[in-house]
Write a new protein. Structure first.
Length: 310
């Protein structure tokens, strides 16, 4: 299941896209000129159940509409591959990626440019950690104890939900395919909740989901899950814009992400009132392709095939 060719990835992704994106085919852009559509499509990898994605990003989307003068349509992709393929085919214009899915997109020929990476506080360095999780009453104490257990991952193209955990397992002498029973939960919330319910003996999710988002929603109570492993700092998740858009339009989007896509601006300008975080983060800091070189290095360690697709 994990060794997916680029062509098969494209086929599966087209099938997974909502009806509005399903017509996968040649890019909407002509070789003769850049696109300047009346409507921009925004999508995000499914870190949470898709029903909450539109609400999570509504202040950001409303701000982008005001800055660009364009209608912004939010599409709910069912998996990471759908976002990658949607942007490849011109069906998605702006996308929220994880660091690995961004690297996969670039490696497979998707023409995108990062416009910023998520940060938790103003002026901070973009970055987060992956957690290895068990129930509080579990006898598991470390990653080595995952051997023979049913382990929840997020998605093969997830940085904190698959790539870095795979590297940790490899360091502990475990092979994802042979030494654990992997389950792809589809989202970080789903992975953590599967551990909580006992569907998985252990699992992986990113720190903000476990420390803030799920407790704030009342989905998990303090002390229900125990962290037995923490990754090194992972570069912050990027927003990326399609390179084939009109340069003036791209410039507006880039400027909006760098100066206005943050909780302070969104609240001060009436785009939200209470929870003004953007997908669980304060906002964005500048990022470029080199920001994600450390992810490429982990790809080399794990030799994950999805890192080299294309």
């Amino acid at each position: 299941m994990l060794n997916v060719s680029r062509r098969l990835l494209a086929v599966l992704a087209c099938a997974a896209l909502p009806l509005g994106l399903a017509a996968c085919g040649p890019s909407a852009a002509s070789d003769a000129g850049a696109r300047n559509p009346d409507e921009l499509v925004f999508a995000s990898i499914p870190s949470e159940e898709s029903t909450s994605l539109e609400q999570e990003f509504k202040p950001l989307v409303d701000m982008l509409a005001a800055e660009t003068g364009k209608k912004i349509r939010v599409e709910k992709a069912t998996d990471y591959a759908a976002v990658i393929e949607g942007q490849r085919t011109g069906k998605i214009d702006i996308a929220m990626y994880g660091p690995l899915s961004y690297v996969v997109a670039r490696n497979s020929g998707v023409r995108v440019t990062p416009v910023g990476a998520q940060v938790e506080t103003p002026g901070s360095v973009p970055g987060y950690r992956a957690y290895g999780l068990v129930r509080a009453d579990s006898p598991i104490q470390r990653v080595e104890d995952f051997r023979g257990k049913q382990v929840c991952f997020v998605d093969p193209n997830s940085t904190s939900g698959y790539l870095y955990p795979k590297a940790a397992l490899r360091t502990a002498g475990l092979d994802v395919e042979r030494d654990v029973r992997p389950v792809m939960a589809g989202g970080h919330d789903a992975s953590a909740l599967a551990v909580r319910s006992g569907q998985c003996d252990a699992g992986f999710a990113y720190d903000t989901m476990v420390d803030e988002l799920l407790p704030e929603k009342g989905s998990i109570a303090p002390g229900e899950l125990r962290v037995v492993w923490r990754s090194e700092v992972i570069p912050g998740s990027p927003a990326a814009i399609s390179d084939d858009l009109d340069p003036a339009l791209k410039a507006k989007v880039v400027e909006a992400f760098r100066t206005k896509a943050n909780a302070d601006y969104l609240k001060a300008n009436g785009f939200c009132t209470d929870d003004c975080e953007v997908g669980g983060y304060w906002g964005f800091a500048p990022a470029d392709d080199a920001t994600f070189d450390s992810v490429r290095q982990v790809c080399e360690v794990t030799r994950a095939e999805q890192c080299t697709e294309g």
